[in-house]
Each structure stands twice: as C-alpha cells, then as structure tokens.
Design a binder for this molecule. Sequence first.
Ligand SMILES: [Zn+2]
Length: 162
Amino acid sequence: MYKGIALQNKRLTIAIKFAKVHPHIGQRKERKMSHRRATDVLAAFWDGRLPVDVVAIAQKMGAHVFSSPSLGPLSGKVELVDGLPHIYCNSAESTIRQRFTIAHEIGHLALGHVSPECAQRREDPASNLSGVVSPIEREANAFAAQLLMPENVLEYAGRSQV
Ligand SMILES: [Zn+2]
C-alpha cells in the first residue's frame, strides 16, 4: 500500500519535472482537441477556398462579427447577447491580426469556453505579454492556427509540388 503511494508520488514528481523541462509536451492533448474541433468546424462550414473566410464561418455558426474601433487595448472579445454570440475584433489592428482574432474567438465558441455562466471572453494583449497564457487561451490559439491553415490542405499542396 505504502509502496504504491510512494511509487505514485515518484511518478508524479518525475512527471512534474518533465513538464518543467518540456513545457510543450503537456500541451499536446489541448492541441489535439483544438485541432479536432477546428477540423469539425472546417468540415461543416468552410467552402474549401483559401484564405479561409473566418467571417463567413462565424456567420454560418450563427455569430455576428464586428470590426470595432472602440476596443481600446483589447485585440477582441466574444460575448453572448441574448444567447447569440457576438465576435468583436479591433479595427485598429492589421487585417491578418483581425483574422486571427476572429478565428481565436470562433475557437472559444467551438470549444465551449463561452456559456450563459461565462458569457464573455476578452483578449487582453497585456496578459499574453506577461508570458503566462492560460490553457483556455492556448486552446483557442491552437484552434485558430488550424482553422486558418488547414493541415490537410497544406499537406496536399506540399505533395503536389513534388
Ligand atoms: Zn481568448
């Protein structure tokens, strides 16, 4: 019994040490989940054209998308208004950045991060600069990356060049 606990603790200690040395390893599971969800969204709502039209995808998912000049320091936010998702991106930022923000907010919706209990998520660049990015934000980032650059398409493009 005691030996079992000691062994468990040893494994846990090793796992924690490993995670500290290889912080990206622990994020694999989140990334896999985000990729799967992004692939589902692409399969359901993407017209197959590149660059991926994230506004069209958001709209097909029932969201309203706004490019807003009044977000201040925020890159974007997503919130439920009378049960409907509203996605905002900061119109002062570059088009590429706005596309990423919209894809990221779609991620929050598709990954269930927005609910009646937690009806708003705000993208504050200051929290990213601190280097501490929450798992939820990492998931939404991984989702956005996959949504904007579908792996299958890139693989296909790579193969056709050979
Ligand atoms: Zn976010």
